[in-house]
Design a protein around this ligand. Sequence first.
Ligand SMILES: [Cu+2]
Length: 143
Amino acid sequence: MVAVSAILCTIVSTYLFSSVFAQMDSQQYFSLDDNSNSTNAVREKIDVVRISIVEGAPSLGEKAFAPDITNVSTGSNVTWINNDSQFHTITSGTEPDDPNVGQKFDSEALSPKETFSYISNETGTIPYFCQIHPTMKGKLIVS
Ligand SMILES: [Cu+2]
């Protein structure tokens, strides 16, 4: 009888301990989950993709942007910097007559050394150009 109650006692205490640990585990799981969210937020902050408007851009067509075709992931911060001595725009669309001009983004005139940023939240291909020099064209591929 003593042996049986000792075994029972062991079983009950094991059960109690394991349920306590299970609760701790689930709490830890939730806190890990919170951490992974904040890790994502940090990852988005540091995932900056830079595109240069190069010197002499107005006469360079598709080579006005470096790179001219840029692959990015959703949530990336895409930042253009105007490294030319003239004003330029970063405007989504294929050309001034495109009915979708500026629907995704439009920087308006950027002075030399000025930057413009866009965060890509949807996948797809976004052509863009400069409204002041429409032969300047680039492409953003978000996947
Ligand atoms: Cu321009």
